[in-house]
Design a protein around this ligand. Sequence first.
Ligand code: NAI
Length: 337
Amino acid sequence: MSIPVTLIPGDGIGPSIADATVRILAAAGADIAWDRQVAGMAGVARWNDPIPDITLDSIKRTRLALKGPLETPVGDGFRSINVALRKTFDLYANVRPAYTIVPGRFDNVDIVLVRENTEGLYIGVEHYIKIGDDPRAAAESVAIITRLGSERIVRYAFDYAIAHNRKKVTLVHKANILKFSQGLFLDVGRMVAQEYAGRVQFEERIIDAMAMHLVMRPESFDVVVTTNLFGDILSDEISGLVGGLGLAPGANIGATAAIFEAVHGTAPDIAGKNIANPGALILAACMMLEHIGDRERAQRIRSAFETTVRDGSVVPRDLGGTASTDQFTDAIIARLE
Ligand code: NAI
């Protein structure tokens, strides 16, 4: 029976990279019933809402979505897309794998960053403090870390490590300074780690040292788990180790749904030119296949993709070639057989 998945092609280059991804999945024989829905500017054009209820309802039904990049409309009155998705589906784990495809500055990077997505400094509890006549003399932002939130994200990282045959989880924190919030995250992390002792190795790193270790010996890291703000920064740093955002997929895993996406934006400068690299969305679709247990197909697509990229003769402009999106897609499909 085919598996229903909500497809949000997105804005800018979104529709063209989504078409490429759908073609590749079909060529690999994935039996998916795509439920096409709009969001972003396409959502505003059709329903006057960047995250229409009909799209949210579709994800509620399918519990799985593949999402192209979305342009956030400027101006008040529109709901924030990411906030709406995160809140509706409690998308607590942001998973960002990055690995070397073409050896460059580093040859053997293979890191999966697991970022807590709903707590920490990004919860939006902020206010100004008036001193004397100045209403904005100071500002305060609150970071909230909960035992429950810490436990489920660290547990997710360990379960991911076991499911993907990975050896080590590195927990990144700043408990030496932020003794309460980061201290709680670290304490809970150590407790959870004990349950996995003997099966997955555990280590701790302080965020500033981690930033340095990542550029000095990235090959020594495996699964990395951290809080929201640190994860936001480290995930881009890790993408940079393997050639930037063009090949960076991401997954947002929640209690009630999972949404897979390309990490890059809508690339308005190249939209409509048939030159965008669909790689990040293709790799995101592979993560989705793995998530639903179709590992063999995910691996087959990934290996056709990697061989095409390594071969280098039919690759798009951002990977140093001259191929169009369609030609690159055809070259990957040709390697699937
Ligand atoms: P961007 O990622 O769209 O573009 C940055 C640069 O990378 C551009 O030169 C672009 O041509 C290039 N690029 C990006 N993806 C590419 C691909 N697949 N193939 C070839 N080249 C690619 O970032 P920018 O310009 O900051 O944002 C543009 C729009 O995207 C904004 O409206 C922003 O809000 C939105 N955005 C949406 C995201 C999402 O929905 N996940 C994430 C980031 C930005």
